[in-house]
Design a protein around this ligand. Structure first.
Ligand SMILES: [Zn+2]
Ligand SMILES: [Zn+2]
Length: 148
Protein backbone atom coordinates (compact mmCIF):
# COMPACT_ATOMS: atom_id res chain seq x y z
CA UNK A 1 0.00 0.00 0.00
CA UNK A 2 0.96 3.63 -0.30
CA UNK A 3 2.38 4.94 2.94
CA UNK A 4 -0.09 7.23 4.67
CA UNK A 5 1.08 9.98 6.97
CA UNK A 6 -0.36 13.12 8.41
CA UNK A 7 -0.50 15.53 11.30
CA UNK A 8 -2.11 18.55 12.87
CA UNK A 9 -2.05 22.12 11.59
CA UNK A 10 0.95 23.25 13.64
CA UNK A 11 3.03 20.07 13.28
CA UNK A 12 3.32 19.26 17.01
CA UNK A 13 1.69 15.87 16.36
CA UNK A 14 2.51 13.65 13.39
CA UNK A 15 1.44 10.11 12.59
CA UNK A 16 2.20 7.29 10.19
CA UNK A 17 -0.26 4.57 9.24
CA UNK A 18 1.50 1.20 9.01
CA UNK A 19 -1.18 -1.04 7.52
CA UNK A 20 -4.18 -0.68 5.27
CA UNK A 21 -7.10 0.96 7.12
CA UNK A 22 -10.20 -1.18 7.79
CA UNK A 23 -12.52 1.33 6.16
CA UNK A 24 -12.82 4.89 4.88
CA UNK A 25 -16.23 6.42 5.59
CA UNK A 26 -18.24 9.46 6.41
CA UNK A 27 -20.45 9.68 9.48
CA UNK A 28 -23.36 12.08 9.38
CA UNK A 29 -24.58 11.58 12.96
CA UNK A 30 -25.32 14.52 15.23
CA UNK A 31 -22.29 13.74 17.41
CA UNK A 32 -19.92 13.88 14.43
CA UNK A 33 -21.57 17.05 13.13
CA UNK A 34 -21.17 18.74 16.49
CA UNK A 35 -17.67 17.41 17.11
CA UNK A 36 -16.29 18.40 13.71
CA UNK A 37 -18.32 21.61 13.51
CA UNK A 38 -19.42 20.72 10.00
CA UNK A 39 -21.73 18.41 8.03
CA UNK A 40 -20.01 15.09 8.63
CA UNK A 41 -16.86 13.35 9.79
CA UNK A 42 -14.70 11.77 7.08
CA UNK A 43 -12.43 9.21 8.66
CA UNK A 44 -10.37 6.03 8.42
CA UNK A 45 -11.12 3.19 10.80
CA UNK A 46 -7.81 1.59 11.71
CA UNK A 47 -6.43 -0.82 14.31
CA UNK A 48 -4.53 0.97 17.11
CA UNK A 49 -1.35 -1.05 16.52
CA UNK A 50 -1.20 0.26 12.95
CA UNK A 51 -0.93 3.91 13.94
CA UNK A 52 2.46 5.30 14.93
CA UNK A 53 2.39 8.68 16.67
CA UNK A 54 5.30 11.11 16.67
CA UNK A 55 5.64 14.29 18.74
CA UNK A 56 3.47 15.63 21.54
CA UNK A 57 0.79 13.71 23.41
CA UNK A 58 -2.81 14.38 22.53
CA UNK A 59 -5.17 16.33 24.67
CA UNK A 60 -8.21 14.12 25.20
CA UNK A 61 -11.81 15.15 25.61
CA UNK A 62 -14.15 12.42 26.88
CA UNK A 63 -17.75 12.65 25.79
CA UNK A 64 -20.47 10.41 27.19
CA UNK A 65 -23.17 9.91 24.60
CA UNK A 66 -26.68 10.79 25.77
CA UNK A 67 -28.02 8.54 23.01
CA UNK A 68 -26.27 5.24 23.82
CA UNK A 69 -24.46 5.97 27.11
CA UNK A 70 -20.99 4.96 25.89
CA UNK A 71 -17.89 7.14 25.97
CA UNK A 72 -16.07 8.66 23.01
CA UNK A 73 -12.55 10.05 23.28
CA UNK A 74 -11.60 12.93 21.05
CA UNK A 75 -7.83 13.33 20.54
CA UNK A 76 -6.65 16.78 19.59
CA UNK A 77 -3.45 18.81 19.47
CA UNK A 78 -2.89 20.83 22.66
CA UNK A 79 -1.25 23.59 20.62
CA UNK A 80 -3.46 24.11 17.57
CA UNK A 81 -6.65 22.22 18.45
CA UNK A 82 -6.77 20.04 15.33
CA UNK A 83 -8.71 16.84 15.96
CA UNK A 84 -6.54 13.99 14.73
CA UNK A 85 -8.44 10.94 15.91
CA UNK A 86 -11.26 9.52 17.91
CA UNK A 87 -11.38 6.41 20.07
CA UNK A 88 -14.50 4.77 21.39
CA UNK A 89 -15.55 2.67 24.36
CA UNK A 90 -17.43 0.43 21.92
CA UNK A 91 -14.44 -0.51 19.72
CA UNK A 92 -11.36 -0.16 21.98
CA UNK A 93 -9.05 -2.03 19.59
CA UNK A 94 -9.40 0.55 16.84
CA UNK A 95 -9.52 4.26 16.28
CA UNK A 96 -10.64 6.64 13.58
CA UNK A 97 -8.23 9.06 11.97
CA UNK A 98 -9.64 12.22 10.41
CA UNK A 99 -9.00 12.09 6.66
CA UNK A 100 -8.47 15.85 6.47
CA UNK A 101 -5.31 15.53 8.58
CA UNK A 102 -3.53 13.30 6.02
CA UNK A 103 -0.66 14.84 4.09
CA UNK A 104 -2.31 13.61 0.89
CA UNK A 105 -6.03 12.92 1.36
CA UNK A 106 -6.36 12.13 -2.37
CA UNK A 107 -4.78 8.73 -1.62
CA UNK A 108 -8.04 7.66 0.03
CA UNK A 109 -10.97 6.13 -1.80
CA UNK A 110 -14.18 6.47 0.14
CA UNK A 111 -17.54 4.94 -0.72
CA UNK A 112 -19.22 4.20 2.63
CA UNK A 113 -21.53 6.57 4.47
CA UNK A 114 -23.19 6.14 7.85
CA UNK A 115 -26.07 7.80 9.69
CA UNK A 116 -27.75 9.04 6.49
CA UNK A 117 -30.87 9.47 8.66
CA UNK A 118 -29.23 12.39 10.43
CA UNK A 119 -27.50 13.92 7.38
CA UNK A 120 -28.18 17.54 6.51
CA UNK A 121 -30.83 17.95 3.78
CA UNK A 122 -28.27 19.26 1.30
CA UNK A 123 -25.84 16.35 1.69
CA UNK A 124 -26.09 13.93 -1.26
CA UNK A 125 -24.52 10.49 -1.55
CA UNK A 126 -23.21 9.18 -4.90
CA UNK A 127 -25.52 6.52 -6.35
CA UNK A 128 -22.88 3.78 -6.44
CA UNK A 129 -21.80 4.29 -2.80
CA UNK A 130 -22.89 2.20 0.18
CA UNK A 131 -25.12 4.22 2.47
CA UNK A 132 -26.34 3.08 5.89
CA UNK A 133 -29.32 4.68 7.67
CA UNK A 134 -27.41 4.47 10.96
CA UNK A 135 -24.19 2.69 12.02
CA UNK A 136 -22.99 -0.13 9.74
CA UNK A 137 -22.76 -2.42 12.78
CA UNK A 138 -25.93 -2.86 14.83
CA UNK A 139 -25.90 -2.64 18.62
CA UNK A 140 -26.08 -6.46 18.82
CA UNK A 141 -22.95 -6.77 16.66
CA UNK A 142 -24.70 -7.87 13.46
CA UNK A 143 -24.10 -6.06 10.19
CA UNK A 144 -26.67 -3.43 9.27
CA UNK A 145 -28.33 -3.35 5.85
CA UNK A 146 -27.47 -0.46 3.59
CA UNK A 147 -30.16 1.67 1.94
CA UNK A 148 -31.17 0.21 -1.46
ZN1 LIG B 1 -0.98 21.14 16.36
ZN1 LIG C 1 -20.94 9.89 13.76
Amino acid sequence: MVKLSGGCLCGSIRYTILQQPILAYTCNCRFCQKDTGTAYRSALAILNENVELIGKDFSVYTYKSVEHGRELYKNFCPDCGTTISLKTERFPERQVIMIGTLDDPSQIELSTHMFAEEAFDWVEFPKDHVVYPRHRINDDGTTASPIE
